[in-house]
Design a protein around this ligand. Structure first.
Ligand SMILES: Cc1cc2nc3c(=O)[nH]c(=O)nc-3n(C[C@H](O)[C@H](O)[C@H](O)COP(=O)(O)OP(=O)(O)OC[C@H]3O[C@@H](n4cnc5c(N)ncnc54)[C@H](O)[C@@H]3O)c2cc1C
Ligand code: SF4
Length: 331
């Protein structure tokens, strides 16, 4: 493990300034992902800037009935917040489907959003991986890719990467149209959650659109006003990342779908907002056939690999079941 310095500045400005002056520095939240990666030699920061006590650990009301979640709110507290459970059950359920009780006590909202892929080639420094060591190749492409992406991968060349994004919470926040508030060397800005994470494109080493030194300070979740749900398929009941997951919300008016939100996890390098399915479903009666046709419209763009083609029918089943359950519970 590389030697590193540890700093705990007094305020956000101090934390941002420390990172701005140190290209190999990293913010430290709960450390449940970053410290593991440091032990493995995957992450090698020379300076850790502890931000857990700098950003808010509170969930507060927004004027529109939404909620502002401080970046330091522990995953366990957020899942248990009565306002989250009542207004955004999809978020509470997604958090509770992730990690373990002890990890959720320690993990923060900001750190959860920026946790890194669980691709086994990424976490093994003896293996080729374009994300960890640009240009070294993608071990997963010709190797074990059962857990990997079916949408939006880079399938050849020196930027090949078929990794998935691991956070369950981020999938729920994507369906909820959350906005991430950041402070960086250039000042404050707001990043819609759909623009926070990125596809591998020509540079799989970058997971997000954040610039070095930008600190997540809070996440705003706008009011929703209709039922929502998270469902995750995994290989065992705990301590396992999603093979496929869905965050869904649906509003039925006069017997047809007035509004619908669908985001998929475990299928892409970022939480995958199923916009084609949403568009196909709006205005339709919420029948099994209509929901099936809508998700088929989304899955038509999938480019599965030999080892993960099972995710296509799995995603279809999970979406159909989850939306039908939501529709029935809304009656
Ligand atoms: C065994 C195990 C099982 C798990 N299972 C799941 C699962 O099923 N689903 C799931 O979603 N997660 C799972 N996790 C991951 C867990 O949710 C994350 O490790 C955790 O949420 C990361 O939060 P943290 O605060 O500890 O982040 P850290 O490890 O402190 O940081 C993670 C990254 O975020 C950056 N960072 C931290 N805070 C900020 C900030 N405020 N602004 C900018 N950058 C910041 C750090 O520099 C680092 O790059 C699992 C983890 C383990 C160890
Ligand atoms: S899928 Fe991405 S993270 Fe995994 S080995 Fe390939 S380049 Fe690395």
């Amino acid at each position: 493990m590389r030697e590193f310095r540890y700093e705990r500045p007094d305020d956000v400005a101090g934390a941002v300034a420390l990172l701005a002056g140190a290209p190999d520095a990293a913010f430290l939240g709960g450390g449940t992902n970053l410290v593991d990666l440091m032990k493995l030699g995957v992450a090698t920061p020379d300076l850790l800037v502890d931000v857990r006590q700098l950003t808010s650990a509170e969930v507060s009301e927004l004027p529109d009935g939404g909620l502002r979640i401080g970046a330091a709110v522990p995953n366990a507290d957020l899942a248990a917040d009565p306002r989250v459970r009542q207004r955004f059950p999809v978020l509470s359920q997604a958090l509770l489907a992730g990690a373990s009780g002890q990890l959720r006590n320690r993990a923060t909202t900001g750190g959860n959003l920026l946790q890194r892929t669980r691709c086994g080639y990424f976490t093994d420094v003896t293996k080729p991986c374009n994300k960890r060591a640009p240009g070294s190749g993608c071990g997963a492409l010709q190797g074990a890719h059962r857990n990997h992406a079916i949408f939006g991968q880079t399938l050849d060349g020196p930027a090949a990467c078929v990794a998935t994004h691991p956070s369950d919470m981020a999938v729920a926040l994507t369906a909820l149209d959350a906005v991430v508030r950041v402070t960086g060397p250039g000042g404050d800005r707001e990043v819609p959650i759909g623009e926070l994470h990125r596809l591998p494109g020509e540079d799989p080493s970058r997971d997000t659109s954040l610039r070095h030194g930008e600190l997540i300070t809070a996440v705003d979740v706008p009011a929703l006003g209709f039922p929502s749900r998270y469902r995750k398929v995994r290989e065992r009941a705990s301590f396992a990342f999603a093979l496929v997951s869905v965050a869904a919300a649906v509003q039925i008016e006069d017997g047809v779908v007035a509004d619908v939100r669908l985001a998929l996890g475990g299928v892409a390098h970022k939480p995958w907002r199923a916009t084609a399915a949403e568009a196909a479903l709006r205005g339709q009666p919420p029948t099994e056939a209509a929901i099936g046709d809508a998700i088929d419209a989304e899955l038509a763009a999938a480019t599965p690999l030999p080892g993960n083609a099972y995710k296509v029918p799995m995603a279809r089943s999970v979406v159909v079941r989850t939306l039908l359950d939501l529709v029935r519970s809304a009656r």
